[in-house]
Design a protein around this ligand. Structure first.
Ligand code: IPM
Ligand code: MG
Length: 358
């Protein structure tokens, strides 16, 4: 088969990790007999530098003409919050999610067998295993609500960000979570702040409706503060964790760290049709950019998710994931996952070690 992949290399370590990932994809192509065509799409701080805006016109259209989108990372101190919105990389990221209708963000966090030692939790906790999937709502809530900043008479400036959710938005992300749970250990934990927020109470009502419909799936409500605590106390209790946009942003960073390093975790953002977008959950890490130090594993595992979900090629996805595990078992480590005394290799060498295991 022939597939067309949009590449948003982006900023910081983005180009390096995407470079290694493309080589992995090509190796899979050779082995399984597929051809890949790549379309470079300019977006992020690099786009601001080149053309003055982070989300150039036609970006979404370029992506829509492809079967899937692979994104490295966007952002960096050079394009900070003092810049106008159109120049900030985060604006582009939110815009592409919205324009491609990517309301469901899947962020799996699993402790890889070779890295049990990298888990910062107690040994007894790590030994129980960690294998959870955060299903984060991605195109609604406070990220996309009305914002305002205005002068008050007696309290100085005031700012507001509106959090809104509709039944439609909650139901479609909820369905995604229950469907994913059916393919896993059949448990959904829905995370909210229903003891305070109206949006959360609506969230809960809709989730309870779905829980009745998906009666083969175990269901529980978890308050977000309790969830943050449970993730470090006993993460093995979680299978699918479904939550709104901002809670999901925060909890997925926490979930990633308990598996050893944020440099390991991939993600998929999808809507109801193609293309879906795949990206590591880490950022652009400007402090190590261009130094051949970044861990390419999260990006490479994002490509595995692309094979699984967009191309429906499970064997190819397994081949990538297996190669990552074998390279780790052989002892290859980038600096973020090397333990004191262990020697670390760079981005390129890690990419090579993974390809050699395909
Ligand atoms: C993420 C990132 C983004 C988000 C930022 C860069 C806007 O943290 O993908 O988790 O908050 O969604
Ligand atoms: Mg985040």
């Amino acid at each position: 088969m022939r597939y067309k992949i949009a590449l948003i290399r982006g900023d910081g370590i983005g180009p390096e990790i995407v470079g290694e990932t493309v080589k992995v994809i090509d190796k899979i192509g050779e082995k399984f007999g597929h051809t890949f065509e790549y379309v470079d799409v300019l977006m992020g701080g690099c786009a601001t530098d080149a053309v003055g805006v982070s989300y150039p016109e036609g970006t979404a259209e370029l992506c829509k003409a492809c079967d899937a989108v692979l994104l490295g990372a966007v952002g960096g101190p050079k394009w900070g919050s003092d810049r106008p919105a159109a120049e900030r990389p985060e604006t582009a990221l939110l815009a592409i999610r919205k324009d491609l209708g990517l309301y469901a963000n899947l962020r799996p966090a699993a402790l890889r067998p070779a890295l049990a030692e990298a888990c910062p939790l107690k040994r007894e906790t790590a030994e129980k295993g960690i294998d959870l999937l955060v299903v984060r709502e991605l195109t609604g809530g406070i990220y996309f609500g009305k914002r305002d900043k205005y002068q008050t008479e007696d309290r100085g400036l005031e700012a507001t960000d509106l959090m809104a959710y509709s039944e439609l938005e909650i139901e479609r992300i909820g369905r995604r979570a229950f469907e994913m749970a059916r393919l896993r250990r059949k448990k959904v934990s829905s995370v909210d702040k229903a003891n305070v927020l109206e949006t959360s109470r609506l969230w809960r009502t809709v989730m309870h409706r779905l829980a009745e419909e998906y009666s083969d799936v175990r269901y529980e409500d978890v308050l977000v503060d309790n969830c943050a605590m449970q993730l470090v106390r006993d993460p093995g209790q979680f299978d699918v964790v479904v939550t709104e946009n901002m809670f999901g942003d925060i909890l997925s960073d926490e979930a990633s760290m308990i598996t050893g390093s944020i440099g390991l975790l991939p993600s998929a953002s999808m809507g109801d049709g193609a293309p879906a977008l795949y990206e590591p959950i880490h950022g652009s890490a400007p402090d190590i950019a261009g130094q051949d130090k970044a861990n390419p594993i999260a990006a490479i595992l994002s490509a595995a998710m692309m094979f699984r979900y967009s191309f429906r090629l499970a064997d190819e996805a397994d081949a990538i994931e297996g190669a990552v595990d074998r390279a780790l078992a052989e002892g290859w480590r980038t600096a973020d996952i090397a333990r004191p005394g262990e020697s670390a290799v760079g981005t390129k060498r890690m990419g090579e070690a993974i390809r050699a295991n395909i």
